[in-house]
Design a protein around this ligand. Sequence first.
Ligand code: FPP
Length: 252
Amino acid sequence: MSRNATLAPLPRHIAITMDGNGRWAAERGLARSAGHKAGLEPVRLCVRECARLGVEALTLFAFSSENWSRPAEEVASLMGLFLEAIDREVSDLDNRGVCLRVIGDRRVLSVRLQAQIAAAEQRTANNSGLKLQIAVSYGGRWDIVQAARTLATRCLSGELAVAAIDEDCFAAALELAGLADPDLLIRTGAERRISNFLLWNLAYTELYFCDCLWPEFDAREFAQALAFFAQRERRFGRTSAQQRGLSGPRGS
Ligand code: FPP
């Protein structure tokens, strides 16, 4: 049996809420920033594993719209970590064929970080491997509101008829436009909630919650999440009997 046999079917798109960095640091008497720094290693692991297995897309929740209200020192250290990580990792991502995109309200980020994100996106834009989305200053409600604004502007300009607005048109105005919805959401850190992540796109996503803290998330934990997904019967609102005779809306 091949190493991946028990993990089939694989999710095409995995979303991850990386929770528990602060608790991991506190347990060791360290500053919260040390937990965030330690959280970079599982990020590398997930990118490597997704690329190796042929997962099409990986979307990571790195900083929420609500995280701006954390202590200024923690926000500053996270922004510094994003700058450092993009700078340090972009060559490796490029070599692995990863296409990087940052989703979220980037206008509120520093000019330097915005420039670095734009350069990294440009450098990896034509890569055909894993599509990696990092959510920074992202909120699911913000995403829906900005999509509504985009569509309203197009209606006011006469380019789009109100009656032409449907689910596909709305999804195309969201940050994950062009990508299949996540098939699997993994959340570490023992919390069982969505916390304003991808509210529209998670409609039919399988939810996997695990107790380990994000810096502890390793290849074994990742394989367990994939094994959980492989056992799910996805019905997309149909009956089980119907689903056995049909494929899902996106072939899953
Ligand atoms: C939530 O844990 C984690 C964050 C707010 C930051 C996540 C960021 C990283 C792992 C760095 C990744 C960097 C890149 C470039 C992808 P928490 O602080 O809320 O943990 P707690 O619940 O234990 O306090």
